[in-house]
Write a protein that binds this ligand. Structure first.
Ligand code: CA
Length: 239
């Protein structure tokens, strides 16, 4: 299945060139000439990657990236900046705004395709499609579905990936840093406490079937999923 790239670029010639290169490489493309137009397209459906020009009329690419990162629905969308600016402060601002990578203009079509493929690979670190089941908690990667004792549980995309990683690596304690590397890819620009936020959301999502008890906080170390937690009368919750 080919990945869809949303190209947000206001210069028609560059937009066309990029689209032709990506389509030639087997990607599907959608195009927007402004942040506002991109938001309209994103409201309709999500692409696999956003290729975002830095300088746009109206809202800048940087502002759009921040906005996408701030909203749950688009938080995990890979973003690649297209920028004519190669100087360090801007690159850092772009990465801090949540970009996964950036390509400096002028760039070759081949380089662009390679960068997009690399971002897509990093964002999908665990590609197995076999369902995993632990203590009545079942995660089906192909259907993107989680059930607790047969009851559907609603998880956000990051919580889903986090749970998938923990379920496929039970009984091993992972630090926040390790979880960032494993679950978020080498997206090193997020703070470690982001992991805590998602662990909290994951526990909330698993609470209806009591499976939140599978995820243990190991003080000073990180988190572990234990298939046979000590679910006594008092559930140890160190939050
Ligand atoms: Ca531009």
């Amino acid at each position: 299945m080919s990945a869809t790239v949303l190209i947000v670029e206001d210069e028609p010639a560059i937009q066309e060139l990029v689209a032709v290169n990506l389509e030639h490489a087997g990607f599907r493309t959608r195009r927007a000439a402004s942040a506002e137009e991109a938001l309209r397209l994103l409201a309709h459906s999500l692409p696999d990657v956003v290729l975002l020009d830095w300088m746009l009329p109206g809202q800048s690419g940087l502002a759009l990236a921040r906005r996408l990162r701030a909203e749950a629905r688009t938080r995990d969308l890979p973003i690649l900046f297209l920028t004519a600016r190669a100087d360090e402060p801007d690159r850092i601002a772009g990465l801090e705004a949540g970009a996964d990578d950036y390509v400096v203009k002028p760039f070759s079509g081949r380089e662009l395709v390679a960068r997009i493929r690399s971002v897509l690979r990093r964002r999908k670190p665990h590609q197995g499609t076999e369902p995993v089941e632990i203590a009545g908690l079942r995660l089906d990667p192909a259907a993107h579905r989680v059930t607790g004792h047969g009851q559907p549980l609603a998880l956000g995309p990051t919580e889903f990936r986090l749970l998938r990683f923990l379920m496929t690596h039970p009984n091993r304690v992972y630090s926040r840093k390790q979880l960032l590397d494993e679950v978020w890819g080498d997206h090193v620009f997020i703070e470690e406490r982001t992991v805590d936020v998602h662990i909290r959301r994951l526990r909330q999502a698993l609470a209806p079937s009591g499976h939140d008890a599978l995820i243990e906080t190991v003080r000073g170390s990180g988190y572990v999923l234990r298939p046979e937690p000590q679910v006594a009368e008092a559930r140890p919750r160190s939050e």
